[in-house]
Design a protein around this ligand. Sequence first.
Ligand code: PBG
Ligand code: ZN
Length: 337
Amino acid sequence: MSSPLTGQFPTCRPRRLRQFPALRRLVAETRLHVEQLVLPLFVRPGRKLRRAVEAMPGVFQLSPDELLRDASQAYELGVPAVLLFGIPGRKDEKASGAYARNGIIQQTVRLLKKELPELLVITDVCLCGYTNHGHCGIVHRNRSVARILNDPTVKLLARTAVSHADAGADIVAPSDMMDGRVHAIRAMIDQNGFIGTSIMSYAAKFASAFFGPFREAAESAPQFGDRCSYQMDGANANEALREVALDIQEGADLVLIKPALAYLDIIHRVKAEFGYPTAAYAVSGEYSMIKAAAAKGWIDERAVVLESLLAIRRAGADIVITYAAREVARWLKQGNP
Ligand code: PBG
Ligand code: ZN
């Protein structure tokens, strides 16, 4: 007997598998799991400090003691890793605070590894939070023209990465987009004996307006110009694959794409092409947009966050970096509505 719907294909009824929650979950192709989440945290010198970041409700600049509390909370919820950004007490031309032996990140990593040895600590390796001009590299000024110098920057990035590895970081994550930095970092951390430290490179990082709120959180807005001479042009997908290929050749253990939602095609192509552990960063602007619309009652925060992160996973990301990691961990525990 033929189907009343199609006349021809009596077996084709996709809705059969959508009838009950358990059946829908049974056939779900993609899952979001707490073990895949990374929580970014911002640390600044001080004690008992918890400064709200206005553009990112629920995100704070924390002193190391307070950061330990938030990291413990995340760990207890099952979030396996944090990604640290530092706001130093002092900024200068050479980003000295980035590679200071007892800099804010180095101190915080030591504290975390002592108190929560099983929590994975990932450190952002870049200079923009530590330079007085807010660029990710060393600036050379010639009259009115300012250039970001590649190779001198790479040297300082490698020094920074070694200082993080020395403090006990499990993974260092260069986010600067200078050429050749993964090789330089790998060589220098190996030379210093930290062969077990992994590198997660921000392999394809696009010059994005979605980073806006982050620059308030990290106090790292460039004082002049923009980041277009080092971060990628949003028009370019093939170039993103070349960037990833280079970082893998240079020794990256994991690759990162950022932002996430506006670049799902890149995530998909990178995972398909290389099959490497792939992370995607749901950046500040993605977080703030959802928070703002939810605060107005225009969208359902939980549903929109979970749908967005699932899309990032479906595109091919193994690891999702999100400011909402703790809320997501709680929601996932509660199960599907
Ligand atoms: C700095 C850095 C940025 C982000 C991570 N590392 C900002 C930038 O490049 O301006 C953005 C993260 C976010 O927006 O959440 N190298
Ligand atoms: Zn930077």
